[in-house]
Design a protein around this ligand. Structure first.
Ligand SMILES: C[S@@+](CC[C@H](N)C(=O)[O-])C[C@H]1O[C@@H](n2cnc3c(N)ncnc32)[C@H](O)[C@@H]1O
Length: 357
């Protein structure tokens, strides 16, 4: 059964509230053990992606014996890990002992249309996990654990370690269609052309918008490494996009009517975020709009929220943060903008529609 994403978004707080009731009903020690061990199935999922089991199962069901033979693995270990993941609805074991991917498991294989395998690989990389593992040092110092572990900032690291940089771009490319589609359908872009996606990565968000609006022209602006895959990602939409390499702390691309900043401001502390916005402000026509796509921080206490989760990831990795509506209003005011509307999307992200003034 396919449940509409918008319904899932509305239902998520209810489901999380029910989960918190369940946790409260447990003896508290069990609740702590459950949270502490939640990382184990996450790493088991990553392991079956890494050794190729997910890709092999995407081609058809197989027994652990067949998987071990085809992929040169240890059969009893394969069986035990798949048995664990069958409890998380990643694989299903049939009566004949063959395992197949469920609709969730198919997203962990690389060559399926719904694949987010590169995000699974990225989130499980040691250079990522180390930061979470050293979060206690961030609690002591306020310095992102990533910088403590690697001695450099996240984006410097991604720029100087090609494998890490490529995996980061692939991970963003894997998840961008999920919110790109939601953004393209939540905002009316028919009078927004040209749309400049600043820090737009390889162009997936822009592609989703241009596909939904055949008359809209685009500008894709990012660091040279990030835009290198743009021609192939943009595909048929390439002809309507000016691809431009640059540094958003130096300038914003000229000539657009709408500027999109999607998951960009949350990477930076206030001063640097204001610098990016001010550069956009210099290029924006008087009747232009800036669209900020982010997961907002929850301003009510004692709630689960995607914004709070992403905020902790920002805390461990970069000097950025998620922000509440009021914090965005303040940040935007410093760069000469006001928020006109906040549009929720079918994904966890909201669109802050901002105008000069
Ligand atoms: C978290 S990603 C967001 C990508 C995309 N907008 C999205 O929503 O999926 C942040 C983007 O900012 C880009 N970026 C980082 N520093 C930059 C800079 N100084 N100038 C231009 N782009 C930069 C990165 O290359 C990356 O593509």
């Amino acid at each position: 059964m396919k449940i509409p994403l918008a319904l899932v978004r509305v239902a998520t707080p209810v489901v999380m509230w029910a989960a918190s009731l369940r946790r409260r009903a447990l003896p508290p020690q069990f609740a702590v053990l459950e949270m502490t061990t939640a990382i184990w199935p996450a790493l088991a999922l990553r392991a079956i992606v890494r050794v190729g089991i997910a890709d092999r199962l995407a081609r058809g069901p197989a027994t652990p014996d067949e998987l071990a033979r085809d992929l040169v693995l240890h059969e009893p270990s394969v069986r035990r890990v798949l048995r664990l993941l069958s409890g998380y609805d990643v694989v299903h074991e049939a009566r004949n002992g063959r395992f197949e991917l469920t609709r969730i498991g198919r997203c962990a294989a690389r060559d399926t249309p719904e694949s987010v395998a590169d995000f699974v690989r990225y989130a499980g990389e040691p250079w990522q996990l180390d930061s979470w593992e050293r979060l206690s040092e961030t609690l002591r110092t306020g310095v992102p654990a990533f910088e403590i572990v690697h001695g450099t900032s996240f984006f410097e690291y991604a720029g100087t370690h090609p494998e890490a940089g490529e995996l980061f771009d692939s991970a963003m490319t894997a998840v961008a269609p999920l919110y790109g589609f939601a953004v393209a359908h939540a905002y009316d872009f028919s009078h927004a052309s040209p749309v400049a996606d600043v820090g737009g990565g390889s162009g997936l968000m822009l592609r989703a918008i241009l596909r939904a609006y055949p008359d809209v022209q685009g500008v894709l602006f990012d660091l040279p490494g990030a835009i290198s895959r743009a021609p192939q990602v943009l595909g048929d939409e390439r002809a309507r996009v000016r691809v431009e390499a640059g540094d958003f702390f130096e300038l914003a691309p000229s000539g657009a009517r709408t500027y999109l900043l999607s998951h960009v401001l949350h990477n930076w502390e206030d001063e640097r975020a204001v610098k990016i916005l001010s550069n956009v402000r210099k290029e924006l026509p008087a009747d232009g709009r800036v669209l900020i796509v982010e997961t907002l921080l929850c301003d009510k206490p004692n709630r689960w929220s995607a914004g709070n989760l992403n905020d902790a990831q920002m805390l461990s990795l970069v000097r950025g943060r998620e922000r509440t509506r009021a914090e965005y209003a303040d940040l935007l005011r410093q760069a000469g903008f006001t928020i006109k509307r906040i549009i929720p999307t079918a994904a966890a992200e909201s669109i802050l529609v901002c105008a000069p003034g």
